[in-house]
Design a binder for this molecule. Structure first.
Ligand SMILES: [Zn+2]
Length: 278
């Protein structure tokens, strides 16, 4: 599932490609992608004729701000893709569910084979009332925060580090891949308790979160073998080549050459090095 870095890469691509463009028409085929709306027209109505003002990100959600009261919200789910096309003559990929045409030419396609992703419109001023957006925790790329404050936030919880990192109410945007990479970078094991860290460990974790996510954005996100992430131009990310432990069970730890292990935790796999992470 795309996490913060992948969504941030798309956000930056979209900002360059669609800001200032006016929506001419919106086609919806199949209604699962716009399932929050009773009818297709409820979804398309507020969009048509509007100009894109900015593209923002809230955790793993994209918020396309328009020059009207509504914003278009996009969640990629497991396998969603947003793809730019120069013209409608470019063949649409299979599983294209929504197409946004711009007055200036060009279009944006929402492709989603597994249909866990979605698009919906909501009043921009009332985004806080959208359930999924209302409880989001701090954004590691956008919130300036000291490690001391971060340390107090950790100490206030009594949770295993992996679950806390993946808790969208605590930090928004981190999932199974980046929590493993961050914990490896920090030298901390996934089952450590958040209120049991030394000052040095807090600093390491704090630094690992920012560095790992920034690096991942720099390498344009992770495209995993079994998933579908590509950027706005259909190009896969490169960061999977830099993964240290994620999905590397049985391979040598890049730091100590011992074997990377996999554990089952909360129904997910977690990858770690027993020697480097304590
Ligand atoms: Zn190691």
């Amino acid at each position: 599932m795309p996490e913060l870095p992948e969504v941030e890469v798309l956000r930056r691509d979209l900002e360059k490609e669609v800001v200032g463009k006016k929506i001419k028409a919106v086609d919806v085929t199949g209604t699962r992608s716009v399932r929050r709306h009773k009818t297709k027209a409820d979804f398309t109505g507020p969009l048509v004729g509007r100009k894109v003002v900015s593209v923002q990100r809230r955790g793993k959600y994209l918020v396309v701000k328009l020059d009207g009261p509504e914003a278009l919200i996009v969640h990629l789910g497991m396998s969603g893709q947003l793809l730019r096309a120069k013209s409608a003559r470019e063949k649409a990929p299979k599983h294209t569910h929504v197409v946004i045409h711009f007055t200036q030419g060009g279009l944006l396609r929402f492709v989603d084979p597994r249909t866990f992703g979605e698009m919906f419109v909501a009043k921009y001023d009332a985004l806080a009332e959208v359930e999924e957006l209302s409880h989001l925790g701090l954004d590691p790329l956008e919130t300036a925060m000291s490690w001391e404050l971060f340390g107090r936030m950790l100490a206030d919880k009594h949770a295993r580090l992996k679950s806390l990192l993946m808790d969208q109410k605590f930090i928004a945007g981190i999932g199974n891949v980046y929590s493993d990479e961050i914990l490896f970078q920090a030298g901390l094991k996934w089952d450590r308790l958040s209120d049991g860290l030394s000052e040095q460990e807090i600093r390491r974790l704090y630094r690992a979160i920012f560095e790992t996510l920034q690096d991942a954005v720099k390498f344009r996100g992770s495209s995993l073998a079994d998933e579908q992430y590509v950027d706005l131009f259909g190009k896969p990310g490169e960061y999977q080549k830099h993964h240290q432990v994620y999905d590397r069970e049985g391979q040598a730890c890049p730091r100590c050459r011992r074997t990377v292990h996999r554990a089952r935790f909360a129904n997910r796999s977690t990858f770690y090095c027993e020697a480097c992470q304590v």
